[in-house]
Design a protein around this ligand. Structure first.
Ligand code: URA
Length: 209
C-alpha cells in the first residue's frame, strides 16, 4: 500500500489558510498555489539520490553531494494541475513536464482521457502527478492509468487538499503510489466537492467563475 504523507509545515498551513479563504482573489490565489507547489516539491523530492563528487572549494578539496541526475518528470492534470507547475519549476528547473487532460463524462461521471503528452523516456523517470484536489480519486486514478499504459513505473501523487474518500480509492487502485497532501479534509459533499476544501480549484486559478 502506498504511503500517505500529510505536510504539517507551518508555512504550508499558513498559505493554505489564505488559499481556502473565499475572500482571496484570483491573483493572490494563483501566487499562493504556486508557492505551496514549490514548498511541496521540496518535500516530495526529499529522497532523490545523491552521489559523491570531488570539488575544490576556495580553501581545499572536498567530496560533496550532488544529485545523480536521475530523471524526474512532473505531470499536472489539466487544468488545475497547471496552477502548481511554475512553483515546482522554480525549485526543479530542469524537470520535464508531461500533461494529462481528462474530462468527466456527464453520464457515467467517469474521468475520460482527451490529451496526453509525456517525455519520451517516461519509463525511466521518477514521476510526480500533480493536481491541487484529490476528491473522488477518479482523475488521479485515470491519469495514473494513462501513465502506466505508456510505461511509467515510479509514480507519486501530490495535491493540496484531499478527501479521505479519494485517498482510499487511489490507494486501492494504485498500491505502489505514495500520496503527498498539504491537508486531509473531512469528506466530500453531495456534489463531490471537498469539505471544507477551497471550492473549484480550476475556476479560482483561472478566474472562470
Ligand atoms: N475539484 C475541485 O476543484 N474542488 C473540489 O472540491 C473537488 C474537486
Amino acid at each position: 500500500m502506498g504511503k500517505v504523507h500529510v505536510f504539517d509545515h507551518p508555512l504550508i498551513q499558513h498559505k493554505l489558510s489564505y488559499i481556502r479563504d473565499v475572500h482571496t482573489g484570483t491573483k493572490e490565489f494563483r501566487e499562493l498555489v504556486d508557492e505551496v507547489g514549490m514548498l511541496m516539491a521540496y518535500e516530495v523530492t526529499r529522497d532523490l539520490e545523491l552521489q559523491d563528487v570531488e570539488i575544490d572549494t576556495p580553501v581545499t578539496k572536498m567530496v560533496a553531494k550532488r544529485l545523480t541526475g536521475k530523471k524526474l518528470a512532473f505531470v499536472p492534470i489539466l487544468r488545475a494541475g497547471l496552477g502548481m507547475t511554475q512553483g515546482i519549476l522554480n525549485l526543479v528547473p530542469a524537470a520535464r513536464i508531461g500533461h494529462v487532460g481528462l474530462y468527466r463524462d456527464p453520464e457515467t461521471l467517469d474521468a475520460v482521457e482527451y490529451f496526453v503528452k509525456l517525455p519520451q523516456d517516461i519509463e525511466e523517470r521518477e514521476i510526480v502527478v500533480v493536481d491541487p484536489m484529490l476528491a473522488t480519486g477518479a482523475s488521479a486514478i485515470e491519469a495514473i492509468n494513462s501513465l502506466k499504459k505508456r510505461g511509467a513505473k515510479n509514480i507519486r501523487f501530490m495535491c493540496l487538499v484531499a478527501a479521505p474518500e479519494g485517498v482510499e480509492k487511489l490507494q486501492e487502485a494504485h498500491e505502489d503510489v505514495d500520496i503527498f497532501i498539504a491537508a486531509l479534509d473531512e469528506k466530500l459533499d453531495d456534489h463531490a466537492y471537498i469539505t471544507p476544501g477551497l471550492g473549484d480549484a480550476g475556476d479560482r486559478l483561472f478566474g472562470t467563475k
